[in-house]
Write a protein that binds this ligand. Structure first.
Ligand SMILES: Nc1nc2c(ncn2[C@@H]2O[C@H](COP(=O)(O)O[C@H]3[C@@H](O)[C@H](n4cnc5c(=O)[nH]c(N)nc54)O[C@@H]3COP(=O)(O)O)[C@@H](O)[C@H]2O)c(=O)[nH]1
Length: 718
């Protein structure tokens, strides 16, 4: 704005110089004075500048062409005319309106707008009236152009201030030498203060800086004042008019250097970054926390672990906590209740740890607790506390739940010197706790490590087993105890791994289940056993029912029933020749949906039996509703029934229960004649066990059980 006025100031200066010169000329030539004034015009003509000289009484003694043109008159017509005679001339009146005959000694400067015939728009003149010897000289300076510019600048300035207000940017300037500081209105309004007109108190502004930030702000200013830096920028909190602190970003640069080579003027901007800063803080928080439980996440755990090491912590314990069967809660009660359970579990864990311990949500239903300075026994005692608190009843909306945890413990430094190793080992220990029955803790051991390495090997080898055709099915016969005839065969999966050799299904099936491979493997079993039934039929053997085992994940697959019926149809095998064995746990885990699935099988003509019966917790009310036709007494009861009365009692009770429910029974794992006699006496319907036949490949099965069936087995069974 200052720069734009420089030409105007220059012009005014030249006019003033001319005035001074005219005044001096008049004083020295006044004897010829006003009579010879017309020569002024040529002698001191100021280009494009209307000039008029009046007597003190207001009679025009001199005027130039420009002045006359302005009044739409002629020089000759105006000279000698008293201004009183020209009252009707509005332009002239406004031109000389400041004349005060009684006080002509003081100079005046004022602006008037003329509408003359040369311009369509009114023109602005700056009038300088200066007393001279016995008269007044008026000089009119056209300033329309400058005026427009000035107006434009004022408007631009206002617009700029509005924009600054909207964008919450404040601009300030500091004249360091004079210690004069001023700022735009937006500088103040952005923090709720009234704008300060003119100079503001810089010191007062600095006092609004949050005490925590003051030192760094002063250091930044000092670095520029010392000449160390030419600019600085920082972010700090400043007190808002409402008393709260808001984040601002400040940028400043030196605009002038003084003679001492130090900054003499600085210009700065202040930006309201409060919303941005808060969003940034929120993003940072989210990056390090779990938004559901508000617990720190795994990223924070790394930081905390490092912090503990930096502090010189020499021992630590890491607890890996996993909620048992959490998926069931989600599946049966929905994710909202599942989420509430996780939040409640997180709070319970936090309530039992000491203040140095760090509870982290690892993801899903997995939590980690890092306990600095904890010994092995302290870690175990904390694990007990965590197990106890997590196992207490939860009241979530109208649902009452009991959820138990499995906890793995690893110790620093003996089990691992870095967090990754400690984490993996606690995870291994947690899996071991799960495999040993859940709702318990386990400390990591080297044996677990060997086991988990093997698990990993098996898991990887399984991935190519189907493709490499490494699976086969063996068949174990099942006989009717009443007529001693072969009634069915159980298909049992066998795996001869290219890389690992023969592996028992007892070992690889749980790994296939955990790694999500069981569905594909199970489909192969279904296809292969149906194909075998068809082949035996084609070979002319008696139609034989085949029982296959289903895993939990398979049972949950909505496509299972259509897949089985499609495969049966494709091989033209009757559904009556396929039996599906479900473990008691699968059937009773979620009895209502299990009932639906089993009903679907039933409607399709597929028979379902319950395997390993007696090892789970069957609900008798559900059992009676399930359309299962057979209970398979678990082999552990059969094995011990001869020497253990309790086991005998259980076997007897299961057989009686099945009879009452209209189901048949099969005893599995029968290895001795004594066992065979006992189950026969108890009224069991069928039998399966090494005594009567091991699981064997199909050709061996044909050999033993189709051609020699009647001779060999009828003899054994008496
Ligand atoms: N989901 C699937 N599970 C399957 C499949 N194939 C097998 N399995 C399950 O693996 C577990 C181990 O099976 P396996 O090693 O084949 O053992 C079976 C029999 O060999 C064994 N058995 C039978 N008779 C006797 C006996 O007299 N003594 C004795 N010690 N063991 C005997 O029992 C197993 C049969 O168990 P079950 O299925 O409960 O009838 C096992 O849990 C299989 O279920 C598969 O394709 N899918």
């Amino acid at each position: 704005m200052t720069t734009s006025w420089i030409p105007l100031l220059g012009y005014i200066l030249s006019v003033l110089l001319a005035l001074a010169f005219i005044s001096l000329w008049l004083k020295t030539h006044y004897n010829r004075k006003l009579q010879s004034l017309p020569s002024l015009q040529s002698a001191f003509g100021i280009p494009n500048t209307p000039v008029c000289i009046t007597t003190l009484e207001g009679t025009i003694k001199f005027c130039n062409q420009e002045f006359a043109r302005l009044l739409d008159s002629k020089v000759n017509s105006l000279v000698g005319v008293s201004i009183n005679q020209l009252q009707k001339n509005a332009a002239l009146t406004s031109f000389i309106r400041q004349i005060d005959i009684s006080n002509v000694q003081s100079a005046h400067e004022y602006e008037v707008w003329f509408s003359d015939k040369d311009h369509s728009e009114p023109q602005c003149f700056s009038i300088h009236s200066t007393p001279i010897f016995q008269g007044v000289i008026y000089i009119a300076q056209p300033v329309t152009h400058f005026k427009e510019k000035e107006n434009a600048l004022v408007e631009a300035d206002a617009r700029m201030n509005e924009a600054l207000k909207v964008t919450n940017i404040g601009v300030w300037e500091w004249d360091i030498e004079k210690d004069v500081w001023f700022a735009t209105p937006s500088y103040f309004t952005m923090l709720g203060y009234s704008p300060v007109e003119g100079l503001a108190d810089r010191q007062k502004e600095l006092e609004k800086v949050h005490p925590d930030d003051r030192e760094s702000v002063l250091a930044a200013i000092k670095s520029v004042l010392n000449g160390e830096q030419k600019s600085y920028h920082y972010q700090c909190k400043i007190r808002h008019a409402n008393g709260e602190y808001k984040w601002v970003g400040v940028r400043c640069t030196v605009t002038e250097i003084g003679e001492d080579a130090k900054p003499s003027r600085m210009l700065g901007v202040r930006i309201d970054i409060d919303a941005l800063k808060r969003t940034q803080q929120q993003v940072e928080w989210l990056a390090k926390h779990d938004s559901l439980t508000q617990l720190p996440n795994r990223t924070s755990l790394f930081d905390y672990f490092q912090h503990c090491l930096d502090k010189g912590t020499t021992k630590m314990a890491l607890l890996f906590v996993d909620l048992d069967r959490f998926k069931n809660v989600n599946d049966t009660l929905g994710h909202r209740i599942g989420d509430q359970l996780l939040v409640a579990a997180a709070k319970r864990m936090q309530s039992v740890v000491n203040q140095d311990s760090y509870v982290v949500r690892q993801g899903g239903d997995e939590f980690i607790i890092l306990c600095p300075a904890a010994s092995a026994s302290e870690a175990e005692s904390l694990a007990t506390q965590v197990r106890t608190t997590l196992s207490e009843r939860y009241q979530l909306e109208q649902h009452q739940l009991i959820v138990t945890p499995s906890i793995g413990i690893s110790l620093y430094p003996q089990d691992g010197k870095d967090l990754d190793t400690l984490y993996k080992r606690a995870d291994t220990a947690m899996y071991s706790a799960k495999h040993n029955g859940r709702n318990r803790y386990a400390r990591f051991t080297q044996e677990m490590q060997a086991h988990s390495t093997r698990v990993l090997l098996i898991e990887n080898a399984l991935r190519s087993a189907l493709e490499n055709d490494e699976f086969t099915l063996h068949y174990q016969p099942q006989f009717c105890l009443a007529n001693k005839k072969l009634v069915a065969a159980e298909a049992l999966l066998r795996w001869n791994s290219v890389s690992l050799g023969k592996i028992s299904p007892a070992e690889f099936i749980p790994i296939a289940e955990d790694s999500g491979q069981i569905v594909a493997i199970g489909e192969w079993v279904i296809k292969e056993s149906i194909r075998q039934i068809q082949q035996w039929k084609e070979l002319g053997y008696p139609a034989l029912k085949v029982a296959i085992n289903l895993s939990y994940a398979q049972f949950q697959e909505p496509n299972l029933a259509p897949f089985i019926t499609d495969t049966l149809q494709a091989h033209q095998v009757s559904p009556k020749l396929l039996e599906l064995e479900l473990t008691e746990r699968i059937a009773m885990d979620d009895p209502e949906s299990a009932t639906d699935v089993i009903n679907t099988f039933h409607k399709l003509g597929l028979e379902t039996s319950i395997d390993d019966f007696g090892t789970g917790y069957s609900s008798l009310s559900y059992l009676q509703k399930l359309p299962v036709y057979k209970l398979k007494v678990d082999q552990s009861f059969i094995r011990n029934m001869i020497n253990d009365k309790n086991n005998l009692a259980i076997v007897s009770a299961i057989i009686a229960l099945a009879k009452k429910l209209g189901m048949s029974t099969i005893a599995e794992g029968v290895e001795t004649l004594e066992q065979l006699e006992k189950i026969t006496a108890l009224g069991c319907d069928e039998v399966q066990g090494y005594l009567l036949g091991h699981p064997v490949p199909p050709d061996e099965f044909e050999q033993h059980h189709f051609s020699h069936f009647s001779d060999i087995h009828q003899r054994k069974m008496g």
